[in-house]
Ligand binder design. Structure first.
Ligand code: ADP
Length: 228
C-alpha cells in the first residue's frame, strides 16, 4: 500500500493539493436517503463523480486490491467463493467488535483514499466543471469539511430510509435500524449543509432540486474563474 496507513489526514492532504482547480462538492446523507439517485443525475448533467462507497465496494469485490489484506488479517472464511468480501459476515463481526472494525478500516481507508485521489486527479485533467465526492460518513469522519467548497445533504425521514433500504438491499429491518443508529443524526448532518435536498417526494421533485444544485455550483465556478 503506497499511502500512509497511520495518518488519517493523508487523503485530505492529497486532495488538498488538487483543491482550487475546480469546485469540490461533498454529497452525503444517511443510508437510503438518495445519494446515488442524486449523484446519478449530477453525472448526467456533467459533474465529475467520485463515489467513495462505490470505491469501497470495488476494492472488496473479486480481485479487489483489499482482498489479500483482508484474507491475511481475518482469514479465508471472510472471502466468499467468488473471491469477494463476505459482507454479511464482516458486518456482523465489526458491529460486535470495535477492534475488528479498526483493523478493517486500517486496510480499506488508505486504499479508498488512494483511489479517491486518483479519480479526482483524472477528472480535473479532463476539465470536469466540478467534482462531487459522495461520502456516506462525511460528517462522522470530520476530515472532509475543510476540503469542500460546498456541502450537500440528502435528507428524508428515517422511516423512509428503512423502507427504501429493506427494499433495495434486502436487509432485514433491524439491520437497517442498527446501521442508522451508528450514523450521524439528520440534524447533525443538516447543521453542516450549504444545501439540503429533501428527498421524501417524487423522483421528479428530486431531479428539480438536483438541477437547481447543478446551476448553483456552475455559478460558483463562474464567479471563481472571473475573479481569478
Ligand atoms: P443511498 O445512495 O443514499 O443509500 P439510493 O440513492 O440508493 O440511496 O436510494 C435508495 C433507494 O431508494 C434506491 O432504490 C432508489 O432508487 C430509491 N429512491 C431514492 N429516491 C427516491 C424517490 N424520490 N422516489 C422513489 N424511490 C427513490
Amino acid at each position: 500500500m503506497a499511502t500512509d496507513t497511520t495518518n488519517p489526514s493523508s487523503q485530505q492532504a492529497g486532495l488538498g493539493i488538487l483543491k482550487g482547480h475546480t469546485p469540490f462538492v461533498g454529497l452525503t446523507g444517511g443510508i437510503g436517503s438518495g445519494k446515488s439517485a442524486v449523484s446519478d443525475r449530477l453525472a448526467q448533467l456533467g459533474a465529475g463523480i467520485v463515489d467513495t462507497d462505490l470505491i469501497a465496494h470495488q476494492i472488496t469485490a473479486p480481485n479487489g486490491v483489499a482482498i489479500p489484506f483482508i484474507e491475511k488479517q481475518f482469514g479465508p472464511e471472510f472471502i466468499d467463493s467468488r473471491g469477494s468480501l463476505d459482507r454479511a459476515k464482516m458486518r456482523s463481526l465489526v458491529f460486535a467488535d470495535p477492534e475488528a472494525r479498526k483493523a478493517l478500516e486500517m486496510i480499506t481507508h488508505p486504499l479508498i483514499r488512494e483511489e479517491t485521489i486518483r479519480q479526482a486527479q483524472r477528472l480535473i485533467e479532463e476539465s470536469t466543471p466540478y467534482l462531487v465526492f459522495v461520502v456516506p460518513l462525511l460528517i462522522e469522519s470530520g476530515n472532509w469539511l475543510s476540503l469542500l467548497d460546498y456541502l450537500v445533504v440528502v435528507d428524508c425521514p428515517e422511516e423512509l430510509q428503512i423502507e427504501r433500504v429493506t427494499h433495495r438491499s434486502k436487509l432485514p429491518r433491524n439491520e437497517v435500524e442498527r446501521i442508522l443508529k451508528a450514523q450521524a443524526s439528520r440534524q447533525e448532518r443538516i447543521a453542516h449543509a450549504d444545501m439540503v435536498i429533501e428527498n421524501q417526494g417524487s423522483l421528479d421533485h428530486l431531479q428539480a432540486q438536483v438541477l437547481e444544485l447543478h446551476q448553483k455550483i456552475l455559478q460558483i465556478q463562474k464567479d471563481r474563474s472571473s475573479s481569478s
